[in-house]
Design a protein around this ligand. Structure first.
Ligand SMILES: Nc1ncnc2c1ncn2[C@@H]1O[C@H](COP(=O)(O)OP(=O)(O)OP(=O)(O)O)[C@@H](O)[C@H]1O
Length: 381
């Protein structure tokens, strides 16, 4: 993940490993962390006497996520064990602060954000205990070999995602790292359908769809506060808004840009802006959405102004690093064509919503609450 945040938040006080009295067994003997600072464990052993480690369910920059059995609450939980490195420990304390506020303000659990149960500091690893959720939307796309979701399901996901982000924005939080990997289905259950496509041996293909559409947002490790200094680069590349690349300052609207990119991806199967480089990324945006407004180009910071000629026009294809790059941009279609190629129903209202979420000018972009009022959600065909 390309992310370089400087966070200045008061440190939280550790509440120590006083999670629970020992019930069965004890903690394993002290072991050294691996060279990346990850906690080393075996499945089936205890993580403190309260939690039995059942499975590893995820790994990210900040640490590993384990499924554990909570002997005291008698339930399955997900525990993020943060790497024992100072910068990740500090970031985890911010994530705990955000999770606590999101959970406390959501009394009835209707806001589609992951709920924290508690946290503790164990052998120099911050452990964040949360409700256990199912696979991510990215896991589903991958499992289905990147075939898109049906538009009715995209509508359900989009509505919940916008509700969670509207809730975060009301609390003056900006998520800054929205992507299909950070959107989890609540239930792991799925149904298998025969797909219309056959493989190269003319065999029947199957595709999996979630049995229920409830989702929750996770990963608040990069969450920013509206009233705080915003570091220049945030978001995972494919979901990064133009104002971040141009260095002209970002705020709440960067989350709405990411949601626009995510909704296209759910309908299309693959990331819309599949790139790792700024100029190519801006060229892809122009191909899909038309020219970047001149008033934004004129405000670009010194490192971004080199992507433009005479201060107004993108230096493309002249500045491309390779023919492949020019080809990758040329392969993309305009947004409305891309949607009509991949979506069967509700094309025009979905396209209109997406143009509202993917406005270049952040102040003109739909807010989360405005997007929720859009006909795509209000008057489904
Ligand atoms: N509560 C949960 N229930 C089930 N799986 C989870 C849960 N929380 C996290 N995961 C899984 O663990 C993975 C890593 O979690 P998370 O994104 O919080 O870690 P991270 O280190 O902050 O990641 P990143 O590198 O994106 O910042 C997720 O992509 C998801 O697959």
């Amino acid at each position: 993940m390309e992310n370089s945040h400087t966070r200045k938040r008061p440190r939280l006080e550790d509440d120590g490993d006083k999670a629970a009295p020992a019930r069965r067994g004890a903690s394993p003997p002290l072991r050294e962390d691996d060279r990346d600072g990850h906690y080393v464990f075996n499945l089936g052993e205890n993580l403190t006497p309260r939690y039995k480690i059942l499975d590893k369910i995820g790994e990210g920059t900040f640490g590993r996520v384990l499924e554990c059995w909570d002997r005291e609450a008698r339930e399955h939980v997900a525990i993020k064990i943060v790497r024992s490195i100072r910068k990740y420990r500090s970031a985890a304390k911010i994530e705990i602060d955000v999770l606590n506020q999101l959970t406390e303000n959501d009394r009835d659990g209707s806001k589609h954000c992951l709920r924290i149960k508690r946290w503790f500091d164990y052998r120099n690893h911050i452990c964040i205990v949360c409700e256990k959720l199912g696979p991510s939307l990215y896991d589903f796309l991958k499992r289905n070999r990147y075939s898109p979701f049906p538009v009715d399901l995209v509508r359900e996901f989009g509505r919940q995602l916008l509700e969670s982000v509207a809730y975060m924005h009301d609390l003056r939080f900006i998520h800054t790292d929205l992507k299909p990997e950070n959107i989890l289905l609540v239930s792991p259950e799925y149904v298998k359908f025969p797909s219309r496509k056959r493989n190269s041996h003319d065999e029947m293909q199957f595709r999996c769809l979630p049995k229920t559409s409830a989702i929750k947002l996770i990963d608040f490790g990069s969450t920013a506060f509206e009233n705080q200094d915003h570091s220049s680069i945030v978001s995972t590349r494919h979901y990064r808004a133009p104002e971040i690349i141009l260095g002209i300052g970002w705020n709440y609207p960067c989350d709405l840009w990411s949601i626009g990119c995510i909704l296209v991806e759910l309908c299309y199967g693959e990331a819309l802006f599949l790139t790792h480089e700024n100029l190519e990324h801006l060229a892809m945006m122009e191909r899909v959405l038309g020219p970047i407004p001149e008033h934004m180009i004129r405000r670009a910071n010194s490192s971004a102004s080199k992507y433009f000629r005479r201060g107004t026009r993108l230096n493309w294809p002249e500045g491309a690093v390779s023919r492949e790059s020019i080809r990758a941009v040329g392969k993309l279609s305009r947004l409305k064509d891309l949607i009509s190629q991949h979506v069967e129903f509700a094309r025009s209202s979905l396209t209109d919503l997406l143009y509202g979420l993917l406005r270049y000018e952040p102040s003109e972009r739909l807010t989360a609450r405005e997007a929720l009022e859009h006909p795509f959600f209000k008057n489904p065909a």
